[in-house]
Design a protein. Structure first.
Length: 220
């Protein structure tokens, strides 16, 4: 082993340990934010649950809010991965919205409480903190980007304010989800038809059948 390789070994080992401790903290934070909520969870609780020193928490996160944003970002990435995989081979606005809702519900069922916890509005819980887009805001922005793309392609109405409509869609989906999993088929079918009729003009029905509409793929 060369001198350079020998020098790199401790650094690599330290980087690996650092990455492992961060993952432990995020896993513990995820569990506690779901079980206890944001307010009742303290940094020392997260460190204890992760079986690391209290000071280790602050090596990775500036404060609890920073840790929460990392948790919410991880949840967003997980959900988008599931949605993109399901929707990638589907054409048409209604068919894609239908598939998206199925993927969303499947993710929520496999990860109880994650989306509810991750959608906590950080601007409300910590108004004095630095700006940080909530999961709701980012999801709404992604919908807005797709609405603009759909309007440009002639597959959707072009007279909506995309940002307002994006938040309205997220609110509709969150509210409809309160119907519960027992009415899964009715929930998915109703919301998919409702959104399609609200977004697609009668004269654009054919274009909408072939339009690619995948929230998260376009840049807001």
């Amino acid at each position: 082993m060369t001198a350079a390789q020998q020098a790199a070994v401790p650094s690599t080992r330290m980087d690996r340990r650092k990455a492992e401790s961060r993952q432990k903290l995020l896993a513990a934070a995820r569990r506690l934010f779901i079980e206890q909520g944001y307010h009742a969870t303290r940094p020392q609780d997260i460190a204890r649950a992760a079986d690391v020193g209290y000071g280790t928490f602050y090596l990775h996160f500036a404060d609890k809010r920073d840790c929460f944003l990392a948790f919410a970002e991880a949840a967003r990435a997980e959900l988008e991965s599931v949605v993109h995989e399901r929707v990638a081979g589907v054409d048409g606005v209604e068919a894609q919205v239908h598939t998206l809702l199925e993927a969303l519900i499947d993710y929520a069922e496999r990860n109880p409480g994650v989306l509810k916890a991750a959608m906590t509005d950080v601007s409300v819980i910590d108004g004095d903190g630095p700006p940080g887009g909530s999961l709701i805001d980012r999801w709404a922005a992604q919908w807005a980007a797709q609405l603009r793309a759909g309007a440009q392609a002639g597959a959707m109405y072009d007279d909506y304010d995309p940002e307002v409509a994006g938040h309205a869609i997220v609110g509709l989906i969150r509210g409809a989800a309160d119907c519960g999993r027992r009415r899964r088929a009715a929930l998915i079918g109703t919301v998919a038809r409702f959104l399609t009729r609200a977004l697609v003009p009668e004269g654009a029905a054919e274009a909408a059948k072939h339009h690619k509409f995948i929230p998260g793929k376009a840049d807001p």
